[in-house]
Design a protein around this ligand. Structure first.
Ligand code: AMO
Length: 445
């Protein structure tokens, strides 16, 4: 009988290990990315999981003879000798002198678009998204999502180190947590239910269990407009923490998480950062401004006419980011004390001025990436606020169990992963930083 012992042997060498194998024969696997025939030899670029490795075929390296039927996008196993060379700038690098190529599979057709350059040249966004399984193979495209992986990983690592428990909450829910019309309704065996707009109710309940929780998961918003910053499904990085002194604890925790994330990217994702020419933000401290004061600055300094006194328009977010850059040299700015009218029912009003809330947004390079704040933890206060908003309290019985049976002062936030990635990498449309976007016109691939 066969038995499996769980010992996973590394079968092939990674490009990162080439230095340790200089002048040795190794085997690597990957896609044939590009073949360039020269006089007497050929460059064969091999696309491995994270690199494009330069391999060289020449008859003098071995008895192996190049098979002319090998095309780009063939999956191959290449053996050869690791040799040191220099790139155009004279930096040491490694390449592989081919001794053998084993073809594992061949593409049925040639790729309809050119993906084997550093970047997708002149491919319209729509085509890029229509052909995601293919376009994501482009080194620059895949680097976007490698960096995104690093962001989520940093968020998780940092919070785990701060005694947060990772949780997973349902996405089919009994009620919308965030209000507004952007909720997807679902027929659930004849009963109307919804797709979760956020894990809000659950993360609050779990503060009563673990004190500190976080979740990285999909949330759903039925956005009726086609904008460059809204998706119908996005990844929300949420946390919620109990026993806070004020919502400043939340902003501090987020600032710590961001510092950690950027340090992790610098350390472990330098290839992708270089490929995408990312301008990394430097965070020491993040300036904080009240919503009311921000509106004054927008009017007085930037001479903009305000049309919405309770929220920011996208252009106003841009102006506040400009202000943060000019005044503090910061890519980030926290805006606090948003008007109560525009914040969800669970938000704690400011006892000093109940028209405003103990809440905040974080703006980054021109756009809101986070909403957070302190929540109501007192049962009567929460019920009262729900009633004042015309909500049917009976419908929220299970949500209110948390408040009814004892809740600590607490708060948290939701950080949009695609938006953070978008503004970090300098894209103008959030679809570029969404692997398989869902918007009003798109549910495929
Ligand atoms: P909010 O609704 O402001 O707050 O969402 C939090 C963050 O999620 C991102 N985001 C979106 N990203 C892409 N497409 C969308 N349609 C979209 N909508 C929102 C933004 C935003 O800042 N429960 C609260 C958070 C909390 O207080 O804990 C909430 O969901 O980056």
């Amino acid at each position: 009988m066969d038995k499996i012992n769980g010992v996973v042997q590394k079968k092939y060498v990674d490009f990162d290990d080439f230095a340790a194998h200089e002048n040795e024969i190794v085997t690597i696997t990957g896609y044939v990315h590009r073949i360039r025939e020269m006089t007497g030899f050929s460059f064969v670029l091999l696309r491995t999981a994270r690199d494009v490795v330069q391999c060289i075929y020449a008859p003098e390296f071995s008895d192996y003879r190049w098979d002319d039927t090998i095309t780009e996008n063939s999956c191959v196993k290449v053996s050869g000798k690791v040799v040191a060379s220099a790139d155009a700038k004279g930096n040491k690098r490694y390449e592989l002198q081919i001794h053998n190529v084993e073809v594992l599979s061949r593409p049925k057709e040639q790729s309809p678009i050119v993906i084997n350059k550093k970047q997708l040249d002149n491919v319209p966004l729509d085509t890029n998204l229509n052909m995601r399984p293919l376009t994501l193979r482009n080194p620059r495209e895949r680097a976007i999502f490698k960096i995104q992986e690093g962001i989520a990983r940093g968020f998780r690592d940092f919070l785990s180190g701060q005694n947060f428990t990772e949780v997973r909450t349902p996405k089919i829910v009994f009620a919308g947590a965030e209000g507004g019309a952007n909720i997807f309704k679902l027929d659930y065996f004849g009963k109307q239910v919804y797709l979760a707009q956020s894990p809000q109710f659950y993360k609050q309940a779990l503060v009563g269990v673990y004190d500190r929780v976080f979740e990285i998961g999909p949330v759903f918003r039925a956005e009726h407009h086609d904008t460059s910053r809204h998706l119908n499904e996005y990844i929300s990085m949420d946390f919620e923490m109990g026993y806070i002194d004020s919502f400043y604890d939340i902003m501090n925790m987020e600032t710590g998480a961001l510092k950690y994330i950027f340090a992790l990217l610098r350390k472990e994702y330098p290839k992708e950062l270089a490929l995408l020419q990312v301008k990394m933000p430097e965070i020491t401290e993040i300036p904080v401004i009240r919503f009311k004061d921000a509106k004054d600055i927008i009017v007085n300094k930037y001479k903009k006419k305000i049309t919405d006194f309770n929220d920011f328009e996208p252009e106003e977010e841009q102006l506040m980011c400009k202000y943060a850059q000019e005044q503090f040299g910061s890519d980030f700015i926290f805006v606090t004390h948003y008007p109560s009218k525009k914040r969800p029912f669970y938000t704690m009003d400011d006892p000093a001025d109940p028209e405003y809330t103990l809440s905040f947004d974080l703006l980054f390079r021109g756009m809101e990436i986070t909403t957070g704040g302190q929540r109501i933890h007192d049962y009567d206060m929460q019920v009262e606020k729900m009633r004042s908003r015309g909500m049917k309290v009976e419908d929220f019985e299970t949500y209110l169990m948390f408040h009814k049976y004892g809740a600590p002062p607490h708060g948290g936030l939701g950080l949009g992963l695609e938006r953070l990635t978008m503004n970090l990498l300098g894209f103008k449309n959030v679809r570029y930083t969404t692997m398989f976007p869902r918007d009003i016109n798109r549910v495929t691939p």
